[in-house]
Unconditional design. Structure first.
Lengths: 289, 239
């Protein structure tokens, strides 16, 4: 044996490094969960669907800005700009947002339950509330990528293409907070509902199916009943449309086929979100690993 | 050998908690018809309502989703549990195994879908209910669900995310692209299923094809998917 050999007991030494605090722990969980849901550090097959859906979400903005770049600043160019108003952008790509949330949110919570890593999380500095907050933030980040980022790109592009950018900003500066708030409403709704439904099962496939069933079937039920019975409030059953309608209500010239006010749509959003939070509290408040 | 595989798979598919969840899904059209039956004003067009239920809710959403989940689970559960290795270790032809699995998934789907459609028809149509109005949509659902089951079984052997890809196909392609582009509907399983609905319900949208071509296309989907699944079962790295 070498004379320099020595026994080092490091098994139970306390952590001596910097302590970043609770917020940093939540941020770390949210950050890595979001990246993993988008396919980071996984094979290319896991990246294809999120990247394709993100590109589809950006497509209307890119097409409008591309056409404006080609057409210049004439009247045709201005009518192209009006083809996709900020208020209607999310409803234009609603199906993409829906599929994106159906794909992303189960990925955030189902593997933890299936691989029984929840007890590992809770044995660290992360508590149950921190875990849920981290996962909500993790759902919001990718969802804002398809709800907020494309509309912001369209806004910035429109400012740059306008003849008087400062004048355009002065005339339309209120659109910016409207865009941000409406995107947050949509992202929060789809994120919370997706997480709540996904928390009910450890199988990602069934979470995807359940989430889709909840959104698609309730939407069709609402449409069929309101049409057949000529009762407009049955349209509120279409919960998938509720956050989009509530967001559109922030913009001027709001119109709804059933004359339902954005406040009513907004209250539907709040009710569904409250139920989703209760489901999350029940699922993660119990002593299970 | 094919019969025990069929029986065991059917039992495994039906005796799960997800069957209760799927039962909730198939109750949606029944609940819609019940609300309509209780609240419909006098002189309302019951056939128009029933047509909407079948073509907007039943064929493209409920039947597609139920058949997708059962079709994926037929092989997917065995892959997850690792028991598929014991199945493929038997000296049975791969095609027979696939046929047994698809048949079990189809039967499980029909156990939920058929009562739901019949009940929805009886409630929604009321006194206008007839064998023709319920029978033709039933044929469409039966054939379309077989095609969905076969296609999703093949998908579960080709990819690790069959439900996600199936959902994207149902929502993005069938629910969005095929709705607006008539030629895209030619690549939609639900459009061929709806052709049978359109035969009984004149209010429905123009069918993508006639009855015989639709039946042939759905049969071709089943045969190709079963052949593809058998081929994948022999070549895919399991579980």
């Amino acid at each position: 044996m070498s004379s320099e050999a020595r026994l080092v007991d490091t098994a139970f030494t306390t952590y001596q490094g910097p302590r970043a605090g609770r917020l940093a722990a939540i941020w770390s969980l949210a950050h890595w969960s979001a990246l993993r849901a988008l396919g980071a550090r996984r094979g290319w097959k896991a990246k294809v669907i999120p990247i394709s859906l993100t590109l589809l979400a950006f497509a209307p903005a890119l097409v409008v800005l591309g056409l404006r770049a080609i057409l210049g600043s004439g009247s045709v160019s201005r009518s192209v700009a009006n083809a996709v108003p900020y208020s209607d952008y999310i409803s234009t790509i609603a199906i993409v947002v829906l599929v994106f949330s159906v794909v992303i949110t189960p990925e955030l919570v189902c593997p933890d339950r299936r691989d029984r890593t929840l007890s590992l999380y809770f044995s660290t500095a992360i508590g149950r509330l921190d875990y849920v907050l981290g996962k909500i933030a993790a759902a919001l980040m990718p969802l804002l990528l398809v709800t907020l980022a494309p509309v912001l790109l369209l806004y910035v592009g429109t400012v740059l293409f306008s003849v008087h950018p400062v004048g355009y900003l002065q005339a339309n500066w209120l659109d910016l907070p409207r865009i941000i708030v409406s995107s947050l409403i949509v992202a929060t709704f789809y994120g919370l509902v997706g997480l709540a439904i996904s928390s009910l099962t450890s199988r990602r496939a069934f979470a995807v199916g359940g989430y889709l069933a909840f959104l698609a079937i309730s939407t069709v039920m609402g449409g069929v009943l309101s049409h057949a019975l000529n009762a407009r409030y049955f349209r509120l059953l279409a919960v998938a449309a509720a956050p989009i309608r509530a967001g559109q209500g922030l913009f001027p010239k709001y119109s709804d086929p059933g004359n339902i006010s954005p406040v009513v749509w907004g209250s539907t959003v709040v009710e569904v979100c409250v139920v989703a939070v209760i489901v999350l509290a029940v699922r993660y408040g119990r002593d299970e690993g | 050998m094919i019969l025990p595989v069929y029986r065991l798979t059917l039992r495994a598919l039906l005796l799960q908690r997800r069957t209760i969840m799927l039962a909730v899904v198939v109750l949606a059209p029944v609940a819609t018809s019940l609300i309509y039956a209780l609240a419909r004003p006098g002189g309302s067009d019951t056939v128009d309502f029933y047509s909407g239920i079948v073509q907007k809710l039943f064929v493209p959403a409920v039947a597609a989703l139920v058949a997708l989940v059962f079709g994926v689970s037929a092989f997917g559960d065995e892959r997850e549990d690792g028991t598929i290795l014991y199945l493929v270790a038997t000296p049975q032809p791969r095609l027979e195994l696939v046929v047994a699995k698809v048949a079990a998934a189809w039967t499980a789907s029909l156990v939920l879908l058929v009562p739901s459609l019949v009940l929805s028809g009886l409630l929604g149509l009321g006194s206008a209910a007839s064998l023709r109005l319920i029978g033709w949509p039933l044929v469409g659902v039966v054939l379309a669900s077989l095609a969905y089951c076969a296609a999703s079984s093949w998908l579960s052997l080709k990819t690790r995310r069959p439900v996600v890809i199936g959902v994207i196909y149902i929502l993005l392609w069938e629910g969005s692209v095929a709705t607006y582009a008539a030629s895209a509907a030619k690549l939609s399983i639900s459009a061929y299923g709806s052709a049978f609905v359109a035969h009984a319900l004149p209010q429905s949208a123009p069918p993508v094809a006639g009855l015989v071509p639709s039946a042939l296309v759905l049969a071709a989907v089943v045969v190709l998917a079963a052949w593809g699944a058998a081929r994948s079962l022999a070549r895919t790295e399991l579980p």
